[in-house]
Design a protein around this ligand. Structure first.
Ligand SMILES: Nc1ncnc2c1ncn2[C@@H]1O[C@H](COP(=O)(O)OP(=O)(O)OP(=O)(O)O)[C@@H](O)[C@H]1O
Ligand SMILES: [Mg+2]
Length: 265
């Protein structure tokens, strides 16, 4: 489980202090699929950086899997990232002249595995994202969607419990973005991984099971959509069943109720 307790992240520049996150409380259970939305500059990436142990908060505590990590040194944070967290970025961040396989092997390198084990995990991760037949291609020889799938394979190679994706479909056309979202949904089906995704697109956010809106460094709303049955009942558009209504968590945030957007998958 993930818990942010009164997390503030401030930047001081000259006379001015910006609270990129301010007194934020948040709990995310294992296996959740969460979207974070909010306007530019609202603190989404800052929250991801704290959640991903890329950055220490200015104050407050961050409990990751029962341990406080808010004040750990950089080397300990790096260890936690390597063991538990995978990252996917908007711009893929792959090494350009290096094959898909080697790009994915790279994080495995720090996991204390033998060469053979590393290669096997990288191949398995690429197969899992449907790129078993493109392992020796370099990023320039791959489409945008394929490059993002390599980046996802790289994020998954050490079997993280938490996958953080900052605008993962932002650089892709809508069809290719759709494939990436389907991949996330498949990954998340057995609930062995928690996925937290930043997006500015409310349609994309609606695919997640929970949508957190932030504004000015604060959580503005937090809506949990209950999983509806696979079968779409007739008439649901005019009369949504109670089970399809979103459950609203109590996070100290302002709550909003909107009809669930399920059923279109
Ligand atoms: N390293 C930094 N130094 C100073 N201010 C920063 C730094 N990083 C972020 N900020 C400020 O913190 C606020 C939140 O930034 P953040 O990058 O988290 O926004 P965001 O919601 O991810 O925006 P976008 O949608 O544009 O990516 C902004 O006002 C930004 O200017
Ligand atoms: Mg950002």
């Amino acid at each position: 489980m993930i818990e942010l307790k009164h997390i503030t992240k401030s930047y001081t520049m000259g006379e001015q202090t910006v609270h990129a996150l301010y007194d934020t409380n948040l709990k995310i259970e294992d296996g959740e699929y969460v979207a974070i939305v909010g306007p530019s500059g609202s603190g989404k990436s800052t929250m991801m950086n704290v959640l991903g142990c890329l950055d220490n908060p200015t104050s407050g505590d961050y409990i990751l899997d029962g341990k406080s990590v808010a004040k750990l040194r950089d080397d300990r944070l790096a260890e936690i990232r390597n063991q538990h967290i995978g990252f996917v970025f908007q711009r893929f961040n792959l090494l350009g002249r290096t094959s898909a396989l080697r790009n994915v092997e790279l994080p495995a390198r720090y996991g204390g595995k033998s060469d053979k084990e590393r290669r096997a995990s990288a191949m398995a991760a690429l197969q899992a994202v449907g790129l078993g037949d493109r392992m020796n291609h370099t990023p320039v020889e791959l489409s945008g969607g394929q490059q993002q799938r390599v980046a996802i394979a790289r994020a998954l190679v050490n079997k993280p419990t938490l996958l953080l994706a900052d605008e993962p479909t932002g650089a892709l056309d809508s069809k290719t973005g759709e494939d990436i979202l389907t991949l996330f949904e498949n990954l998340q089906k057995d609930r062995t991984i928690t996925i937290i995704m930043v997006t500015h697109d409310h349609n994309i956010a609606a695919r997640a099971n929970r949508v957190i809106s932030i504004r000015d460094g604060k959580i503005e709303s937090d809506i949990v959509r209950q999983k509806s049955a696979e079968v779409t009942p007739p008439l649901r558009a005019s009369a949504p069943a109670a089970a399809d209504m979103p459950k609203v968590t109590t996070n100290g945030a302002k709550h909003a109720l909107v009809p669930a957007l399920g059923g279109s998958r």
